[in-house]
Ligand binder design. Structure first.
Ligand code: ADP
Length: 644
């Protein structure tokens, strides 16, 4: 029966056939990896279903045939039913393939992307102009799937004699005939698939004629039997040294266990000796696993004890904030019959975890130092988890906080964040504290009026625009002996801070309250009082501001109050939101504030004063990203003002 491929598959095949020119050899890695997965699944099924008896031992066979121009790869794994064939080989099911298509869409076929991706089964069409899949699920009818990769495929009944498992026969393209040479096959398997836990057997080419040997009388001797031979070492890649396992092999291993199509961002090998002996090979994926924040996400490493697979997804081996790390740990110090419960409270596991975390952080630190572009990519994917780590991992909190980055008033754009270390290193000597402003977005933070006097003083202000940043600020109250201070909280007077003595008082909200009123305070008192009376409970206080330069007004939080941003964060997390009315600050140098003072002291201008007061209030609310108390009235007032 002839069927059309799903549109995405056709697009993909078109790309595979017409543009994938580099590294064609990865087709074999993809097919062997699928075969290995199929045998894993079969073995697992046999373990859980006691009615099944063990079959002949699992193996992969590769049979080249130069005469027929075919390469056959067969496994005795789980096989597929007709339905599964339809689903797996007619639509885009795999996450790797989906991501490949997405990347192709975004970068419109950027050639450097092509070839990085394995694209799974469909990679077969890089080297073959026709592919046959003969497959049989235990107890089901055999199925033959066949396609030339040009828009459609055929499904029919397979050979009734077919064994359980899958055989993929590639009819090799003219330019891919090199993969029929046994030395070439061996070379590719050694490079990419040496670690596979099942034997990969290379069978002799049945079409190859071997000149029969003759005895001394010239009589032909019977041909020597040619046997399939194993071409992968099956040595666990995590037990190999850096020299033994090259980047190609560890990358291929990563792709296999993480089901990723791209190379990892970082590769970390650990071989620990001493009190606890273990080996580990772990990776940082280039793109965060899609289910990273899901409650049931896979988030652990595979564990082996003395070469025996104990389990995957072993969460105890890493803290939650490193749950994106993929890989394998093997230790001889755990008992073979270790149970999940035992893992939860086990001294060996704890020691492994401690060493592993240290090594992983060390690798990220090295990346930060030596590979800035990779570190930037890391921060985009995992930056928030590092901040979570600061909060949850006390032991490593100091190391982690140096891996946290924030955009700031000094960064060119949101994609160029800075570390606290960089911030401190360029602080002018007059600056005593580290300033930050919390907001919902980079744009909102950048346009916050509270930044004006910081800019005028040449002080950098960090933007806390991720909800976790507020929690970061709760934990990291000081860095390098300098306090972290919200730019929109409490009273800040940078001129006084420059002067020295007053700075101490101002840095501490309690003392600031007792400050003597200045001449300016006295002159504006009627306006401040009138506004307080008008807004009542809606504002906590109205006062003159020392942080504004151009803007007329802004809202700030009380020294110990909850910032507007934090209130929104709590709301978003369905947490109780503490009441915390804002303080309205006015810029005494702004002409409109001067005008408001005049109106406030003019008995006949009551209405005009009320209108202007509400405009100021609305402006302050908009600037901090809070909803307007009365949007309709605010709109009307602004329109009226514009018309004047
Ligand atoms: P991926 O392996 O990334 O899921 P593929 O395109 O390589 O994507 O394969 C799609 C699906 O086809 C696999 O997930 C698997 O279910 C099935 N499949 C592929 N090869 C085999 C095989 N040799 N034996 C059994 N099933 C297979």
């Amino acid at each position: 029966m002839k069927k059309e491929f799903q549109t995405e598959v056709s697009q993909l095949l078109d790309l595979v056939i017409n543009s994938l020119y580099s590294k064609k050899e990865v087709f074999l890695r993809e097919l062997l990896s699928n075969a290995s997965d199929a045998m894993d699944r079969s073995r697992f099924e046999a373990l859980t279903d006691k009615t099944q008896q063990a079959d002949s031992p699992y193996r992969i066979q590769i049979v080249p045939n130069k005469e027929a121009g075919t390469l056959a790869i067969s496994d005795n794994g789980i096989g597929m039913t007709a339905e599964e064939v339809e689903k797996n080989l007619g639509t885009v099911a795999s996450s790797g393939t989906k991501r490949f298509l997405q990347a192709m869409k975004e970068k419109a076929g950027a050639p450097e992307l092509i070839g990085q991706f394995g694209v799974g089964f469909y990679a077969a069409f890089m080297v073959a102009d026709k592919v046959d899949v003969l497959t049989r699920r235990r107890g089901a009818a055999p199925v033959l799937w066949s396609s030339d990769g040009k828009g459609s495929y055929e499904v029919s009944e397979g050979d009734p004699e077919a064994a359980d498992g899958t055989t993929i026969t590639l009819h090799m393209r003219e330019d891919a005939k090199e993969y029929l040479d046994s030395w070439r096959i061996e070379d590719v398997v050694r490079t990419y698939s040496d670690y596979l836990a099942y034997p990969v057997m290379l069978c002799p080419d049945p079409s190859e004629k071997i000149e029969p040997k003759k005895d001394k009388d010239g009589k032909e001797l019977p041909p020597e039997p040619r046997e399939p031979r194993q071409i992968n070492s099956m040595k666990a890649v995590w037990k190999k040294s850096k020299e033994e396992a090259k980047k190609e092999e560890t990358d291929a291993f990563y792709k296999h266990i993480a089901h990723d199509s791209e190379d990892p961002l970082a590769t970390i090998r650990v071989s620990a000796e001493g009190a606890t002996e273990f080996q580990a090979l772990v990776f940082v994926p280039r793109v965060a696993p899609y289910d990273l924040y899901w409650p049931n996400a896979k988030q652990g490493l595979q564990l082996y004890v003395r070469s025996v697979f104990i389990g995957d997804d072993v969460k105890e081996l890493l803290p939650r904030y490193l749950s994106f790390v993929r890989g394998v740990v093997e230790s001889a110090d755990l008992p073979l019959n270790v149970s999940r419960e035992m893992l939860q409270d086990n001294a060996v596991v704890r020691r492994i975890r401690k060493v592993l975390v240290g090594k992983i952080l060390g690798e990220i630190e090295a990346m930060q130092k030596d590979r800035p572009a990779d570190f930037s990519a890391f921060c985009v994917q995992y930056g928030r988890l590092m901040k979570e780590g600061v909060h949850s991992d006390w032991e490593n909190s100091d190391r982690l906080r140096d891996l946290c980055v924030f955009p700031s008033t000094f960064s060119e754009d949101a994609s160029k964040p800075v570390t606290l270390k960089e911030y401190v290193s360029r602080m002018p000597s007059s600056q005593k504290e580290i300033y930050y402003v919390a907001a919902d977005s980079y744009e909102a933070a950048k346009n916050s009026p509270v930044l004006e006097s910081f800019a005028a003083h040449g002080y950098e202000v960090l933007f806390f625009v991720d909800p976790v940043d507020e929690f970061f600020a709760e934990r990291v109250t000081e860095y390098d002996g300098r306090k972290l201070r919200a730019a929109d909280r409490g009273e800040i007077d940078l001129d006084a801070a420059d002067g020295g003595d007053d700075a101490k008082k101002d840095g501490d909200g309690k003392d600031a309250k007792k400050k003597e009123p200045t001449e300016e305070d006295k002159r504006f008192k009627p306006l401040l009082d009138a506004l307080k009376a008008r807004f009542g409970k809606e504002v906590k206080d109205v006062r003159l501001s020392r942080r504004l330069v151009d803007s007329a007004c802004c809202f700030v939080a009380d020294e110990y109050g909850v910032s507007a941003h934090m209130q929104r964060v709590l709301k978003a997390f369905n947490q109780p939101v503490p009441e915390s009315p804002r303080i309205l600050e006015l810029n005494p140098k702004a002409p409109v504030v001067e005008k408001a003072l005049a109106l406030a002291t003019d008995e006949k201008a009551k209405d005009a004063f009320g209108d202007l007061a509400d405009i100021l209030l609305g402006q302050a609310q908009l600037a901090e990203g809070s909803p307007l108390s009365d949007p309709a009235r605010f709109n009307k007032l602004v329109s009226a003002l514009a018309a004047k």
